[in-house]
Design a binder for this molecule. Structure first.
Ligand code: SF4
Ligand code: SF4
Length: 302
């Protein structure tokens, strides 16, 4: 069934109008073909996530139950993780950033793609759930749920991390800039669906959470440090608060320039729905770096 699901997703990515840029930017695809991985509902790593992310981070079974689904053994659940790689056109266009006095703004083609991505990711999860239901199974998705929330506690994190499920499903590892480096690079978005369908698990190659990053594996590279205009990355890691402040600042400017074509946005924060400025990305740390469109450690091994 996993092969059938992959083919279904490739077809959906090709045909969906929601996977298209606004006509002002040529109407091309936002995402190229997806990567799909599957983790087991009883993978021990979800217990570890309660320590490394926060105690509120759900295990797959907890999320399943909070969504009102019938209790099943955790071992019967699967987490389908889907990686959405930005298209070559967007990656190429993102070289043309905009300098606005002391603020560096992302290329508009990226901001539009990043903004439209959310609706497409949600629709992809809906389609995956429908695919599963047509076969007699169930599915739930954090991206469609009011139980998926950001927790603000001095710092911030969410109670269902898409990147961590992608790591669990063997799709990539973390990195100095905190993105997930997959076989098609770090310039991606991620979504997931929990299901009781008996899909084949795609195991991790290793439990090393940083295996694909040149800095953590070889002590080299550090290109993302140079690229960040907010000095939010250092050898000590990624400063989420600094990064977020910069993204809010540039988001206001981008919304003034192209807000009329952006899609509205909301989030649950501490369980409450809040309308927010449409997200427009930043991601200078992901463009023009060795991990943008590939796993740089894999190319070293070749
Ligand atoms: S740019 Fe280099 S150091 Fe930064 S995350 Fe990518 S591989 Fe790691
Ligand atoms: S998203 Fe922007 S501000 Fe945040 S680390 Fe990357 S380049 Fe820096």
């Amino acid at each position: 069934m996993l092969k059938e699901l992959k083919n279904f997703l490739i077809e959906f990515f090709t045909s969906s109008e929601l996977n298209r840029l606004h006509e002002n930017y040529g109407g091309g695809r936002i995402f190229s073909d997806p990567l799909v991985g599957v983790a087991s509902g009883d993978d021990y790593i979800y217990q570890k996530y309660k320590e490394v992310i926060g105690p509120e981070h759900f295990t797959p079974l907890e999320f399943w139950q909070v969504e009102g689904k019938n209790t099943v053994p955790a071992s019967k659940l699967r987490i389908i993780s889907i990686v959405f790689p930005f298209s070559d056109e967007i990656r190429e266009g993102s070289k043309n950033s905009i300098q606005l006095k002391r603020l560096k703004l992302p290329a508009e083609i990226y901001s539009v793609g990043r903004n439209y991505a959310n609706e497409f990711k949600q629709e992809t999860c809906r389609q995956v759930i429908k695919f599963l239901e047509d076969k007699g199974y169930n599915g739930v998705a954090g991206l469609l749920s009011k139980n998926f929330t950001i927790i603000l506690k001095g710092t911030f994190y969410s109670n269902w991390s898409e990147r961590h499920s992608a790591f669990a499903a063997g799709l990539g590892t973390f990195s100095l800039h905190e993105g997930l480096i997959t076989e098609v690079g770090c310039n991606v978005r991620i979504g997931s669906v929990i299901t009781d369908a008996p899909l084949k698990i795609t195991p991790r190659k290793s439990d090393d959470p940083y295996a694909n990053c040149l800095f953590y594996s070889k002590g080299t590279c550090k290109k993302c440090i140079e690229k960040c205009p907010a000095s939010a990355i250092s050898e000590e890691g990624h400063d989420k608060n600094k990064c977020n402040s910069y993204r809010i600042k540039l988001g206001r400017k981008v919304n003034l320039r192209i807000g009329s074509i952006l899609k509205p946005h909301y989030r649950f924060i501490n369980g409450e729905r809040r309308e927010q400025d449409p997200p427009v990305g930043c991601a200078f740390c992901q463009f023009g770096v060795p991990c943008m469109d590939k796993n740089p450690m894999a190319s070293l091994k070749e």
